[in-house]
Design a protein around this ligand. Structure first.
Ligand code: AMP
Ligand code: ZN
Length: 478
């Protein structure tokens, strides 16, 4: 990107670590290594959990649009007190609970058009790496064992507190709640658990210290290291994770590896409902699945992106209706452009059309400028609306197919960067599928195998799988 003066504009990212917007410079040119803390899987995800998923998926999409190759890792925490409690309530294994809700979470992600991560590691599959990191921390004097529990020695890590900018002495002296019952054996109230011994009926793994399970913070340090390396570009999550979770991740990773862990720390603000904190006890708690019964989850995505990710966001029925209307207006523009294009004349673009397209490009620049200012999706959406308005007034049945096609592409592309599908692919009807299958059979008979393969691929793209059986060709929707 270039400014009016011809200087290269750099992407600005707000870093919780420095409390400033900084120019984004990746560790390795053309590549982004990004880790986003994922949910604990003991239930359907709620709409608060959907906010980091949507906003950081949008960060990823923008980076990809800029040409970066993004290695995006997001874990599932699949061993935790809440999972064990739920398993006991239902009389099933914790594994069954986590497996069920990982599958449900993936369905929700897909409906929100959140791309699958490059890797979705599971904590329970990474225990060996955790044992290794904990041992290294003990060997280096950053951790100690008492009665089978291993704690991180926060006083030894000189920069402890650098992310949350908290006054640690106040926390130590004033906040007795940091001393959880049974942890009186800690050297310091801020020391946190790396490994804890099993309790009756809990899943456990063998370790040099006790039969037990890892603490929550060590998971992310280990999975990030394994899938992205010792140093990463971006680490992200909701703002409630800054302290203690991310502060502790920094302590563990930097003490173990002797290097800066993540360069940029990004945190989304919270989602509230009717201006109150979402909570089950207040009765204002919604799962993503519940919302999907009333709205296409594209509307939820649009709603989430209509605010800057660092601003608190209020969820209400009224705002969702507004989001539905807004998204609907953009989709209508896209559909109109498609219709006009399908009925337009062939031929070269006119010089007037060339000029109009060049002007339309200004909205793309505006969109990019908003996104490069710390992913200001609210302003980016405003630029998409301006583009749609411009296209509505500068297109008609008199335009060429080529021009209308490019107009549509401009709009759909900006939507896609935000993960908004403005032009839904038409679903193939059963009759269309059968007609294509008949054409494929005829092509095969005529030994035109290229055409037959082409039809199979075309159907596959639309999720239709063909199976050649003795009774003829069968098909199913994947
Ligand atoms: P959890 O399963 O509680 O660890 O949460 C998974 C992710 O959702 C974390 O990044 C949290 O910070 C985030 N999160 C949880 N509740 C909310 C909320 N109400 N608003 C925004 N983000 C949230
Ligand atoms: Zn984490």
């Amino acid at each position: 990107m270039f400014t009016e003066k011809g200087e290269q504009r750099k992407m600005q990212v707000y870093n919780t670590l420095t409390k400033k917007k900084e120019e984004f410079v990746p560790l390795e040119e053309g590549k982004v290594r990004m880790y986003v803390c994922g949910p604990t899987v003991y239930n359907f995800i709620h709409i608060g959990n959907a906010r980091p998923m949507i906003v950081f998926d949008t960060v990823r999409r923008y980076m990809e649009y800029k040409g970066y190759e993004v290695n995006y890792v997001s874990n599932f925490t699949d061993v935790d007190d809440k999972i064990i409690r739920k398993a006991n309530e239902e009389g099933v294994s914790p594994e069954e609970i986590s497996r069920r809700y990982i599958a449900e979470c993936k369905k929700d992600m897909s409906m929100m058009n959140v791309k699958p991560a490059t890797t979705h590691p599971l904590a329970t599959q990474e225990i060996d790496g955790m044992l290794e990191m904990i041992q290294t921390l003990i060997d280096k004097g950053y951790a100690y064992e008492v009665n089978g529990t291993v704690y991180f020695r926060t006083r030894k890590f000189a920069s402890y507190g650098k992310l949350s900018h908290k006054n640690l002495d106040d926390l130590r002296g004033g906040n007795r709640s940091l001393l959880v019952t049974g942890e009186e054996e800690k050297e310091d109230p801020l020391d946190f658990v790396l490994w804890k011994p099993r309790k009756e009926g809990e899943p456990f793994w063998e370790s040099p210290w006790s039969q037990g399970r890892p603490g929550w913070h060590i998971e992310c340090s280990v999975m990030s290291k394994k899938y992205l390396g010792e140093q990463i570009d971006i680490h992200a999550g909701g703002e409630d994770l800054v302290f203690p979770h991310h502060e502790n991740e920094i302590a563990q990773s930097e003490a173990c590896n002797g290097k800066e862990f993540a360069h940029y720390w990004l945190h989304n603000a919270f989602l509230n409902i009717d201006n109150r904190k979402m909570s089950k006890s207040l009765g204002n708690f919604f799962t993503v699945r519940e919302i999907s019964e009333k709205y296409d989850l594209q509307v939820l995505r649009f709603f989430m992106l209509s605010a800057h990710y660092r601003s608190p966001l209020n969820f209400s029925g009224e705002l969702m209706e507004a989001a539905r209307n807004g998204l609907g207006r953009l989709a209508t523009t896209a559909e109109n452009l498609k219709y006009l294009g399908e009925h337009a004349g062939e031929g070269e673009k006119t010089s007037g059309e060339h000029e109009l397209l060049a002007q339309a490009g200004e909205f793309t620049k505006k969109f990019e400028a908003a996104m490069e200012d710390d992913f200001n999706t609210a302003d980016a959406i405003a630029a998409v609306f301006e583009l749609a308005k411009y296209l509505n007034t500068n297109t008609s049945a008199q335009n060429t197919k080529a021009y209308l096609g490019e107009c549509l592409e401009l709009l759909v592309k900006l939507g896609d960067i935000l993960g908004l599908i403005l032009l839904k692919e038409e679903e193939l009807l059963d009759g269309d599928i059968e007609a294509l299958i008949a054409e494929r059979q005829a092509a095969r008979k005529a030994k035109n195998f290229a055409r037959a393969d082409e039809i199979r691929a075309q159907l596959l793209e639309k999720g239709i799988v063909l199976e050649d059986t003795r009774e003829g060709v069968k098909w199913k929707r994947a």
